[in-house]
Every structure is written in C-alpha cells, then in structure tokens.
Design a protein. Structure first.
Length: 117
C-alpha cells in the first residue's frame, strides 16, 4: 500500500508564493515519476509539473518560469515551489506517484491553493 501525504496549500495574495510538499510512504518500488496535477472548479484535472526518474522535467506552459518542481529521492518526497502566483492558479493540487514495472498511478488527497486578487 502506498500513501501520499500533501502539505503546504493555503490562501495567498496574487504575487505571493507557496511551497507544496508530498511525501510518499509504503511499499514503493521503481518510482517512474512524481509530480503535481491541479483541478479548478468546473475544469478538468491538468498536469502542472512532473519529474521523472532520470528524465526531463515537464511543466505546463502556464506555470513555466514561475513554478519549480524538485524531488528528494532519499525521502520519496516531491516539492512544488510556486512563485508569482495568479488568481488563475487557484485549484486543488494533487500529488501523484507513478511506480512499478507495470506502471501504476497513486494519488494524494489534494490540497487547496487559493490566490486572491
């Protein structure tokens, strides 16, 4: 069983910063990638950023230059540093972990990020 625990969401004014963390625990083998999705009210869930094992980090165009994803492999933890936040960044942010020889996605419970104008 794999568990993902997120933290760091909250309310911030436009232009501010937040740092999200997601710690994975349990029977984790062969992590393929970790990252973050988000879902705003009435919209589909979208990829924010992902960091594969040994691959190229990927960002959504809307967050490039403002968000930075990083990973601590020793702690099985992924971070999302969010700077210059905009009201359109308001969403529930979900951490994910893709692991296993047969790839499988595990999801966190989500953390709310609200950016006020």
């Amino acid at each position: 069983q794999v568990q993902l625990v997120e933290s760091g969401g909250g309310l911030v004014q436009a232009g501010g910063s937040l740092r999200l963390s997601c710690a994975a625990s349990g029977s984790i083998f062969t992590i393929n990638s970790m990252g973050w999705y988000r879902q705003a009210p009435g919209k589909q869930r979208e990829l924010v950023a992902r960091i594969p094992s040994g691959g190229v980090t990927k960002y959504a165009e809307s967050v490039k230059g403002r968000f930075t994803i990083s990973r601590d492999n020793a702690k099985n933890t992924v971070y999302l540093q969010m700077n210059s936040l905009k009201p359109e960044d308001t969403a529930v942010y979900y951490c994910y972990l893709n692991a296993g020889w047969v790839p499988y996605d595990y999801w966190g419970q989500g953390t709310q990020v609200t950016v006020s104008s």
